[in-house]
Design a binder for this molecule. Structure first.
Ligand code: SF4
Length: 395
């Protein structure tokens, strides 16, 4: 079995896996939190990116009327953002049955208490009181997520700083499986606490700009300490069937929405990747600012202003300097400042929206990309399942 692809220079590429729930058209927060990084990763890794349509059912099973449209919109946004089917595999989770076979197999060995103690289990039940989440599907969400990951035997799962812990249960489940079935005494590739702490520190100290001083950090992390498990040695029991994936910390700036809270669909404060320019300008014009700057003549403080948080991500260094200078001396008004921000956001989204228009006009091409991605994902996932079945003894 082969688990690495070869580039032209025969350098093995490590595998990366990540997915996103189809919640409808994606916004700037989704883009900067994940897609922007995925687009970069596809050039350096063997990448599998999926639309987690089954996961959408864990909380929204009672109303699936928008699911089909949402899947289409997310696929369009994936391609618009720059995911290139020549460089990565894009697929739908529900089209790869191996996810569910592995999920069922892992369910046999996963203690109930591991799932019950996942912090988001209780938190989300509290937050989404209007939904009945006392279901097996919702409790088993982290398990399905683990199967989604492990069935591709990836080296890395790219996550933002606040999600690093989410990968841990996947690692624990893989370790248990390997211990029970694959002759692995304690699990192989272990990310040490020191490594993780160093990665977190470097991200914390990084400037939040995506003008990409963070690139340096990404490169450093990419060049990290993970060692690829030699697949040829798995049969001998030396290496695990389900290698523990490592966390790949990627820059994930917290973007405020127009009301100053975290940009989120549920708050209705988003700027969509597909919003037309007038709408982007109107939304930003109404964005909250430094609450202490009441009059035009009052100096403001960019460090407490959500508009400046977006400038830090999208505007040039020169613009940021002008904003700070103009704001703190009352030399510019908030409307002017927001206009500069709108210019930067519109410029960032222009190529994305152009690609989106192309793919909207070519639905058959989009469908073909997804079909090919589904086939490639099935092929890869089935290789893992063969090994899993042999290890469990039900081949
Ligand atoms: S000038 Fe800009 S940074 Fe200053 S308070 Fe107004 S919007 Fe915020």
């Amino acid at each position: 079995m082969t688990t690495e692809v070869q580039t032209e220079t025969t350098t093995p590429r490590k595998r990366v896996l990540s997915g996103m729930r189809p919640t409808g058209r994606l916004h700037l927060g989704n883009y900067m939190g994940a897609l922007y990084n995925w687009v970069k990763l596809q050039h350096e890794y063997e990448c599998y990116f999926f639309i987690a349509d089954y996961h959408a059912l864990t909380t929204d099973y009672a109303d699936t009327s928008k699911l089909k449209d949402n899947i289409r919109e997310v696929m369009l946004d994936f391609l618009a953002a720059g995911l290139d089917p020549k460089l990565c595999t894009i697929f739908r989770q529900s089209r790869v049955p191996a996810h569910f076979e592995l999920n069922d197999m892992l369910a046999m060995i996963t203690p109930l208490s591991w799932l019950e103690r996942v912090p988001t289990y209780k938190d989300q039940q509290e937050q989404l009181k209007e939904k009945d989440l006392a279901t097996i599907g919702f409790l088993g969400y982290p398990l399905l997520q683990s199967a989604d990951i492990l069935v591709y035997q990836p080296s890395f799962v790219p996550v933002g700083q606040d999600q690093a812990a989410h990968v841990e249960i996947t690692r624990e489940i893989a370790r248990r499986f390997n211990h029970l079935f694959a002759g692995d005494p304690g699990g192989a590739s272990v990310v040490t606490a020191d490594t993780l702490r160093r990665q977190l520190d470097s991200l914390e100290n990084a400037p939040p700009s995506h003008g990409y001083s963070n690139d340096r950090i990404v490169r450093e992390i990419f060049a990290g300490e993970t060692s690829i498990v030699d697949p040829s040695s798995r049969a001998s029991g030396v290496n695990p069937v389900l290698p523990e994936p490592q966390v790949l910390l990627t820059p994930s700036p917290k973007l405020p929405g127009t009301d100053g809270r975290k940009m989120s669909k549920s708050y209705g404060n988003t700027i969509l990747l597909s919003d037309p320019e007038p709408e982007i300008r109107a939304k930003l014009k109404s964005m909250v600012t430094d609450p202490a700057r009441v009059r035009r003549t009052d100096p403001g403080n960019p460090d407490v202003c959500p508009v400046f948080d977006l400038h830090k991500v999208f505007s040039s260094e020169e613009t940021r300097v002008n904003v700070r200078e103009g704001c703190t001396t009352a030399g510019i008004g908030c409307i002017q400042c927001k206009g500069w921000l709108a210019d930067a956001v519109v410029a960032e989204l222009a190529p994305i929206q152009e690609r989106r228009r192309y793919f909207e006009a070519h639905p058959q091409e989009v469908a073909a990309i997804l079909e090919a991605g589904n086939a490639a994902a099935n092929k890869r996932a089935n290789q893992t399942m063969q090994e899993v079945r042999v290890a469990v003894g039900i081949d």
